[in-house]
Design a protein around this ligand. Sequence first.
Ligand SMILES: [Zn+2]
Length: 574
Amino acid sequence: MTTVTNAATTIIFRILKTFFDIQRFYQTFKIIYYRLIDMLRRLFFLLIILLPYWLFASTGPQDGIDIQHYTFRLTLNDSTNVLSGEATIDILFRKEVAVVQLDLRSRNAQGQGMTVREVLLRGRSIPFQHQNNLLRINIPEPANAGTLLPFTVIYSGIPEDGLIISQNKYGDRTFFGDNWPDRARHWLPTVDHPSDKAGVDFIILAPVHYTVVGNGIKIEESFLSSRQKLTHWHEAVPIATKVMVIGAARFAIQRSGAMNDIGVESWVYPQNRLEGFHDYSAASDVLDFLHNHVGPYSYKKLANVQSTTRYGGMENASNIFYFENSVTGKGGIEPLIAHEVAHQWFGNSVSEKDWHHVWLSEGFATYFTNLFVEFRYGRDALQERLNTERRQVIEYSHKTTLPVVFSALPENLIELLSVNSYQKGSWVLHMLRQEIGDDAFWDGIREYYRQFQNSNATTDDFKRVMETASGKDLTGFFKQWLYGTGHPVLKATWRYDNKGKAIVLEVDQEQKALFNIMLEVEVYDENKATSAVESLKVTQQHNKFSIPMAQKPSKLRLDPHVNLLFEGSLQELK
Ligand SMILES: [Zn+2]
């Protein structure tokens, strides 16, 4: 009985324990569940609050606003690196907007960055918030579509970047804007994105020993006192913030040439006066070439400026900045000058609508340098450059799987500057020229420039114009070379068929995605005295061709004119 009684007690106890265990588990579960729900709710609200910041910070310009003109009144001084600014920004509203958002770096923990003192609308102070590198201006009465309003931002601070205040290699204090790609916001309140182009005035107050260069034409230079000078530069043509700059330094200045009434000027450090004037004078011929072959130059002067830019050259609109040591007195920087001058057409006048299409700047500047070299020095000089660029593209392809047109932007925009954007972009233009022929190529280029001068374009815009010019559907071409990755890797063999009196050439594509290409093969006669070029359409993985030939050739060579971006080998089968 004891056993029975004990057993019953144990069972009841176990049931009760299980019941309480379940209860306890349920309670714990309930607490976790509600905490989780609460956490998700907080996260959701945080997301709702932060989303506009992320969206605006990452996707470029604010919808519905279009900057028409910037006027920057900036005071530079020698005792501190503090920049005092008053920016008047004329904004055209495309739809009803209550809050305007501009890019402007906030002051950081190191004391660098900008502090906004006041924002005015037609002289009246209006509310604003300046946080997380964004200046949000609350318009008292929401602006309607079609209205144009002038906002003035009064600010000051030490620029962390963008306007580089430093000493040049001779120890002279200098100020040089260096905005590419999105560093204008360090010193200028702007819509800092290539799609919102605007005219610009720079009115610079600086100690008298500085000469100031800026975009456009100089419309005033006045000594205000024995210490301070005002210099006013004006650019009416819309340009992107990436190429909107001033430079202030001690300069030696020479008008080295002119095209129509457009002056070509050299601005160099006085210590480099003669060498600099000599080296930079190369710009005139490039300007002529592009003006005559592509279309009218968009600006009223072309200054070539020795500077502290971090790049080899920076194509600022009508105001090119070259690195300090570009001046040697020995010349040799013609290709660098050609690249930056070509940007005045491609990059500055026709600008990419978004960074994904940066090849429309860099690939074009690279290829138009090649075209200038071809024009000036002949086809061999062009082929030499193409050969070098092809080697660079092949080498780079081992490091990347990215296409030329970016499908997603890199976190750091500096990574846009890759061999893909420059050399591969240039090669694509070269192959497009082969694909549609010289006449259609140049017609298309001129039409593209005509349609998008002082505006923005995408890769598709360019494709459309080239299709019209050539009467060809270029979908496949653009897809494989710009939106796809890699290049053809060819393994070719040949033998001479004595009976059939023909060369048997077999070409295998060894890369993953197949390309549709024209492959040129040069066939030398038995004495290597003459040769003929055959154009073969390679579309399959394995391709077999029979080329009639009375005698066995002495040699075959792939792509003799350097017209195809590929790597590969050709072997004779004995
Ligand atoms: Zn460039």
